[in-house]
Design a protein around this ligand. Structure first.
Ligand code: HEM
Length: 192
């Protein structure tokens, strides 16, 4: 009792705050400290990493194990391409530009699940890249209405991909049951 009344007196003398205000500020500071410190954790403190608000850190195995050598797939349909979106970790990550399929597995940090460009994986991306668009509706090869500047942007992307990634296939339009070629979806038009 004597301790608590001298504590209250000391708080008033040193901070000129009412005890309730002092403890409220103290609690707020503790919350802020807890929130901020959650972003700074030792990488080897697994429990702290789990508690942290920061995105999960990939395991050493994920970082160090190189992706398998690209395998040539030849002609593949858009539907098949969609299965190479990183949801099956055993399959490579593929992405198509102007109907040409590239193995982008070495860019797993960019295109793998949770990566900033994950939505490009398993898709024909020409229109989105030409327009620098993140709109899912632009994940197709429809370039008919694009201008010269946009086509140039796409060409720059194409050159970058040709240099950096290995071409592993080509998009083919699906065949109808009767064997005639038909355009299966709006996704690819006249791939090169
Ligand atoms: C807010 C604007 C943007 C910023 C700050 C930004 C930043 C970056 C950075 C820093 C990289 C390199 C990552 C690395 O190599 O580790 C990158 C790669 C990339 N960006 Fe962006 N970006 C932006 C917008 C866009 C847009 C609008 C698109 C297309 C829709 C796009 C498509 C790409 C692609 C495809 C790559 C990967 C290229 C590769 O495989 O090497 N970015 N971006």
């Amino acid at each position: 009792m004597a301790f608590s009344s001298s504590l209250v007196a000391a708080i008033g003398a040193y901070t000129t705050l009412a005890p309730a205000a002092f403890f409220t500020i103290l609690a707020l500071m503790a919350c802020v400290y807890h929130l901020v410190s959650a972003f700074f954790v030792y990488p080897d403190d697994e429990a702290a990493v789990k508690r942290s608000l920061a995105p999960p850190i990939p395991s050493t195995e994920e970082v160090l194990v190189p992706p398998p050598e690209p395998v040539q797939l030849g002609d593949i349909s858009l539907e098949e391409l969609r299965t190479y979106d990183g949801s099956d970790p055993k399959k490579p990550l593929l992405m198509a530009i102007k109907g040409v399929v590239y193995d982008v597995s070495i860019g797993r940090m960019l295109y793998g699940p949770g990566g900033p460009y994950a939505f490009f994986a398993g898709r024909e991306t020409s229109r989105a890249l030409a327009l620098m668009s993140f709109d899912l509706g632009d994940l197709n090869s429809d370039l008919d209405d694009l201008g010269e500047a946009e086509l140039e942007v796409l060409q720059d992307w194409e050159e970058k991909f040709k240099e950096k990634y290995i071409k592993v296939g080509k998009i083919v339009l699906e065949r109808s049951k009767g064997g005639d070629e038909m355009e299966s979806t709006q996704e690819t038009k006249g791939g090169s």
